[in-house]
Design a protein around this ligand. Structure first.
Ligand SMILES: C[S@@+](CC[C@H](N)C(=O)[O-])C[C@H]1O[C@@H](n2cnc3c(N)ncnc32)[C@H](O)[C@@H]1O
Length: 208
């Protein structure tokens, strides 16, 4: 491997370690347009909620769980993350569980809604496939899966810069993400948005 490749890997690894800190992660979100992203997710989530007065959301890879505010305040909200530092961010409006997306420490059929936002690009192929199986397991038969992530666009310089700066090492193309989600769920809607990353927001249901 050339010196420049080694240097780029070193910079990326330092950056990835720094950005995984909750405070820096929040600052990075401002730069990456997370508010616009929330605005784009809101109608998808509102549609999935459908005015129901009660429900249980399992937010897999919940991180700082800023998305809590997008879901009804009276609902049960459980954020699962494999980074145990997230447990320190527990609030009255959510429960926190430390666990991995491919082995979620929650019972079958607990969730009316599973939410996974900006997580799949952190998961290698084996973990991503197992995570989708776990989403299916914890989701009620009539439940909804709301999935959002950035995707890789070949030949787009800004997109490449975005992925260089991102802590996740497994960005996938949109077609691959949709094929993977469709292999486990029925896709109900697909919304798209361009920030630094190209982003896809998917609403899906258990296969009928
Ligand atoms: C980019 S952050 C997204 C956080 C949050 N979902 C959001 O949209 O703001 C990715 C999160 O996934 C978590 N994560 C990475 N690999 C995971 C795994 N195997 N299982 C559970 N969480 C994981 C990280 O700890 C981090 O909190």
């Amino acid at each position: 491997m050339s010196n420049s490749h080694l240097e780029a890997r070193g910079v990326r690894s330092l950056y990835s370690r720094a950005i995984s800190h909750p405070r820096l992660y929040t600052a990075q979100g401002v730069l990456l347009g997370r508010e616009r992203l929330k605005a784009a997710m809101r109608p998808v989530i509102d549609r999935a909620v459908g005015g129901a007065s009660s429900g249980t959301v399992v937010d897999i890879g919940g991180g700082t769980a800023e998305a809590r505010a997008l879901w009804p305040s009276g609902w049960r909200y459980i954020a699962v993350d494999n980074d145990e530092r997230m447990e320190g961010l527990k609030t009255d409006s959510m429960e926190r569980v430390t666990g991995s997306a491919d082995d979620v420490p929650l019972p079958d059929g607990l969730a009316t809604h599973v939410f996974m936002s900006s997580v799949s690009h952190h998961l290698d192929d084996r973990t991503w496939a197992a995570a989708l199986t776990e989403v299916r397991r914890v989701l009620r038969p009539d439940g909804t899966f709301v999935f959002m992530d950035g995707h890789f666009v070949r030949g787009d310089v800004l997109s490449r810069l975005g992925w260089f700066l991102d802590a996740g090492r497994h960005p996938r193309e949109e077609s691959r993400l949709l094929a993977d989600v469709s292999s486990v769920f029925d896709v109900v809607s697909v919304d798209r948005l361009r920030l630094l990353h190209h982003v896809v927001i998917v609403e899906a249901r258990q296969k009928g």
